[in-house]
Design a protein around this ligand. Structure first.
Ligand SMILES: Nc1nc2c(ncn2[C@@H]2O[C@H](COP(=O)(O)OP(=O)(O)OP(=O)(O)O)[C@@H](O)[C@H]2O)c(=O)[nH]1
Ligand SMILES: [Mg+2]
Length: 473
């Protein structure tokens, strides 16, 4: 029998992910569906700080509240035909994967003063069972109830940038990465690293001290680019966020100007290949890949606030991820006959702008992910605040009333009225950066019930869920 992976090579897919497990999974899914026990995997995807952990916390709290009969997700309730009867967290029995800390995150959000979650350092999963009445055209109450298990994945956003790397080799990755680093404002931050690699002879020996030194300089440059300049297109993900295994030797690689040479280049190429193989096996294949629905969260407003270079960088990172997701979808489609799955692109933290600017925010995100093409049928664009921290208000600018928001500032606990600026409808023209401005202070979450029984105030979470999973409920 031919190796199924060989079948993919003519399609130019040299590194397919988890094909065999997918076939098994599809069969398992059909079996479960017949028994009335479907499983629905929803991947919550996004660049670092895009709002994944807060989103999952709000989604869980609100679904649990909806299961108690609270009207916190009206659009989802409508999409499910009002058939949702019960929602429960599935207890962790003997899981090897860390558990998403819902009660910890809710307690922190509800504390006095409230705190947002820390950066996510490792992947974690959580499952909910949703009990629903069967649709009436199948015979109503006679067929009783069905359960849908909803599985969610949370992970450090930096790791998502390894996805587009899976289709590159070390030479192509080195060239693309160095071309970006040699442009300002990255160039100044990466100057020491660039001077180090430019001074290396093409035939540098495969010495560990050189590899370590290069890696440390490269990693430190990536950290500064992320933390001080708000850059997102930074690879590899584990250099920034190594996960529980720490900085293992597999990570000690970096781009070289002579990536085809022997010696050091050979060593770094081997590590690059081993790193991607490991990320594929330990993260993308078992967790990321078989999620049927994806919410791709994007902090568009944060990128506008961080300025032109950070915005362009975020847009490039998003385009690379959208292309990688599209490529995955299309080969799965062709090979397994799995219908187009749904991907929702979501602009988060939309409570930073007043309601009349949220349509502009959706248009801007649409222009970033869709480019000139119309959006694919399976994808949609949304605006969302997982935890709504503001109310609409009116401010005065140059003597004229302008739409603003009011919320409590995290830095001093005081209520403030904020005019954020105007959200452009598409990728901003250069004039936007010279004359315009976009303000985005950190707001405090509103007073919440630590048990989360009443849900969490949000903007647009119900419409997003209706679009993403409503058809399966
Ligand atoms: N006002 C407001 N702020 C939000 C909202 N969601 C997220 N934030 C802010 O964005 C920050 C990042 O959110 P997280 O959910 O931790 O982001 P993440 O994607 O999990 O980040 P990593 O774990 O680092 O990848 C939070 O600390 C909040 O300051 C929201 O709905 N409204
Ligand atoms: Mg997180």
């Amino acid at each position: 029998m031919p190796d199924p992976l060989d079948l993919l090579r003519p399609l130019g897919l040299s590194r397919p992910l988890g094909l065999l497990r997918d076939a098994a999974w599809t069969a398992e899914q059909l079996g479960r569906s017949a028994l009335g026990q479907e499983r629905l995997r929803l991947a919550v995807t996004g660049l670092s700080r895009s709002g994944k952990t807060v989103f999952i916390t709000s989604l869980l709290a609100n679904l649990l509240a909806a299961g108690q009969g609270r009207r916190v997700l009206p659009a989802l309730e409508q999409a499910s035909g009002g058939r949702l009867r019960d929602v429960r967290l599935v207890p962790a029995v003997a899981q090897t994967v860390p558990r998403f800390d819902l009660s910890g995150h809710l307690a922190a959000l509800a504390a006095d003063p409230p705190a947002w979650p820390d950066r996510t350092e490792d992947l974690s999963t959580v499952e909910l069972t949703l009990t629903l009445e069967r649709a009436s055209w199948f015979g109503g109450g006679l067929l009783g109830r069905r359960t849908v298990t909803l599985e969610l994945l949370d992970y450090p956003g930096e790791w998502l940038l390894d996805l587009p790397m899976l289709s590159q080799d070390y030479a192509a990755w080195s060239a693309a990465t160095l071309a970006r680093l040699r442009q300002e404002p990255r160039l100044s931050v990466a100057a020491e690293f660039l001077a180090f690699i430019d001074a290396l002879p093409a035939a540098a020996p495969p010495e560990e001290a050189l590899a370590r030194r290069g890696f440390v300089l490269y990693r430190d440059a990536l950290r500064t680019l992320r933390d001080d300049l708000g850059m997102r297109l930074l690879q590899p993900g584990r250099a920034l966020n190594p996960g529980p295994r720490g900085e293992a030797p597999i990570l000690w690689f970096f781009p070289l100007p002579h990536p085809d040479g022997g010696g050091l280049a050979d060593l770094l190429r081997q590590r690059f290949d081993a790193y991607l193989a490991d990320q594929r096996e330990s993260f993308f294949e078992p967790y990321f890949r078989r999620f049927r629905r994806q919410a791709v969260l994007v902090d568009v407003l944060g990128a506008l606030h961080a300025g032109q270079a950070a915005f362009e960088d975020t847009a490039d990172a998003l385009a690379a991820i959208a292309a990688a997701l599209r490529a995955e979808e299309s080969w799965l489609d062709r090979l397994l006959g799995v219908g187009p799955e749904r991907v929702a692109f979501v602009a988060t933290k939309a409570d930073h702008v007043p309601s009349r600017q949220r349509d502009a925010l959706a248009a801007l995100l649409g222009s970033l992910v869709g480019g000139a093409e119309p959006p694919a049928e399976a994808s949609s664009v949304h605006v969302l605040a997982s935890v709504r921290c503001t109310e609409d208000d009116v401010a005065t600018l140059d003597g004229r009333p302008v739409a603003a928001v009011r919320g409590v500032l995290l830095e001093n606990g005081r209520s403030a009225r904020v005019y954020p600026g105007e959200v452009p409808l598409r990728r901003p023209e250069p004039g936007f950066w010279t004359h315009g401005f976009f303000r985005m202070p950190e707001f405090q979450p509103p007073r919440l019930d630590p048990a989360g029984a009443a849900g969490v105030p949000h903007l647009g979470l119900d419409a997003l869920l209706a679009r993403l999973i409503g058809d399966l409920l």
